[in-house]
Design a protein around this ligand. Sequence first.
Ligand SMILES: Cc1ncc(C[n+]2csc(CCOP(=O)(O)OP(=O)(O)O)c2C)c(N)n1
Ligand SMILES: CC(=O)[C@@H](O)[C@H](O)COP(=O)(O)O
Ligand SMILES: [Mg+2]
Length: 639
Amino acid sequence: MTDTPLLDRVSGPADLKALTDGELARLAHEVRRDVINTVAQTGGHLGSSLGVVELTVAIHAVFDTPRDKLIWDVGHQCYPHKILTGRRDRMATLRQGGGLSGFTKRSESDFDPFGAAHSSTSISAALGFAMGREMGMPVGDTIAVIGDGAITAGMAYEAMNHAGHLGKRLFVILNDNDMSIAPPVGALSKYLNEIAAKGPLALFKAAAEEFESHLPGPVRDGARRARALVTGMPGGGTLFEELGFSYVGPIDGHDMGQVLATLRAARARATGPVLIHAVTVKGKGFAPAESAADKYHGVSKFDPETGEQAKAKSNAPAYTTVFGNALTDEAARDPRVVAITAAMPSGTGLDIMAKRFAARVFDVGIAEQHGVTFAAGMAAAGLRPVCAIYSTFLQRGYDQIVHDVALQGLPVRFAIDRAGLVGQDGATHAGAFDIGFLANLPGFTVMAAGDEADLVHMLATAIAHDEGPIAFRYPRGEGMGVDLPARGVPLEIGKGRVMKVGSDAAILSYGAHLAEALAAAELLEAERISVTVADARFAKPLDTALIDLLVEDHPALITLETGATGGFGALVLHHLAKTGGLEKGRAIRTMTLPDRFIDQASPAQMYAWAGLTAKDIAATIRAALGRVETITRPGLRII
Ligand SMILES: Cc1ncc(C[n+]2csc(CCOP(=O)(O)OP(=O)(O)O)c2C)c(N)n1
Ligand SMILES: CC(=O)[C@@H](O)[C@H](O)COP(=O)(O)O
Ligand SMILES: [Mg+2]
């Protein structure tokens, strides 16, 4: 037997067909080591990837990818998949500028038929591909791999409901590791655990049906009722069978023999939708991950021997921590304050509040739509709900924001973390659109924190604001290191603040890029260009008096935001257009994120690509003042 690692002999999934089952199990071991050694260097989503190593090897061995479409839900667990599909040599570039995405991505490989990163989309996409096959498109089988967290989202049931109705051949592999980012919540999680605890139910069900079919009528019905008690469903099936799926499982998702046999049997016999329930362990095969509370869901670089993670070097507290502490203080003062997260208690900082007020923090699972309307109901009941959802994930609940919150003028407070570009999670996680999609809603109050101290005041403002919906945004990562107030003081609604007074130009900054605005002003001071820097604080209602004063007193006005076009700058232009402010011979420029998606890199690199660095701001002011300036872009890739 050659000592060459199997992984060195595998250039793609086709090579797996020639391996024995024993070799496939050995290959899985090698892939697991590769994932650990890679992520030790790059950081990333380790726990999830380790939990699907055997599933990944077996799926590619049994099915005929890429003709068979393998779709990973969320896609954060795709590192073994990328190693086996021709990208092993690029894994060291994972989640870096110009490198591999941390999620599946169509433009990266034929083996990534559908992009992901936002949860619970895989079954819908797989069903779409299956219908393509049914209508003659060049598609083979379709396989969606979805986790026990991702399957808590309503979209997954919409898809299964439709798949059960269509009855077309489709494979859903439920990767049940009894973990979301945090321990999973909800009745479904309890249900899955009950099934998992009962052992291979499918065999039980088949045997029971065979046995029951020989029983006389009334006795048979009694037996069926008894089975229903075991499985929890009237027909004696599982929830998934009630939705029209054949259910197989639970199987041990790390037992290569079981997984291969199950996949081969399902592939040979399926005539309609099949759900295979695989029980796995998040972080499998790496003791520090398996024993960690978060199973090393998302890690920085670490020592592959000890698992010890590199500490982020920073002297300023993270915005998230500032928010979590300030919210806990507000909750201590007001029993009506409650908080809602969609499966991200630690990411949003609600875990801080939960330490003191566990009964007032609600984790709704990966269910942003429900979370928003749940908060609306709480507001209607007289509570003061704070809905803490990342900007990018808030997109998932937009109709609920419009229809259930804004239309009814309900005072839901939205704490929008990860505003702007987020770095290694890339384009799918950018918090680019919330300014535009909230500030155009009648009755909404929309704020952005210029620094972490103002975040504390904006939270206090939101808590005190019972007049209607209110939102405040803040970025991923550390603040400016400014002193934090002992207690938040509500701001005057619609009023900005002037940070620095100059005369040649004015920057009206909205949000945390205030630091870059101040740095740009400093750069220009050296050229004897004096710049006023104002912090708008509100995108709605605008501080129109401040805007008019800035236009009146300066030959040039620049607006600045870490959001897409159609946000803050557009609202300022609307105001000026309506009031004649554009006819005063002033040079007016808006600085926003560019109208394109930006791939993962460090936040600094991404803002350089976006043209929103202090140098870019200074160059824009020089240009606005008539001093021509060419700005060269680093030659890195932008999609
Ligand atoms: C719509 C949406 N909300 C929240 C998230 C953040 N998120 C990423 S992975 C994850 C947990 C996924 O759990 P599960 O599906 O069980 O996968 P596992 O990590 O256990 O393999 C969450 C909440 C997301 N990606 N998409
Ligand atoms: C995969 C996923 O969507 C989450 O794990 C996300 O990557 C978390 O982002 P933060 O690291 O900014 O909390
Ligand atoms: Mg899970």
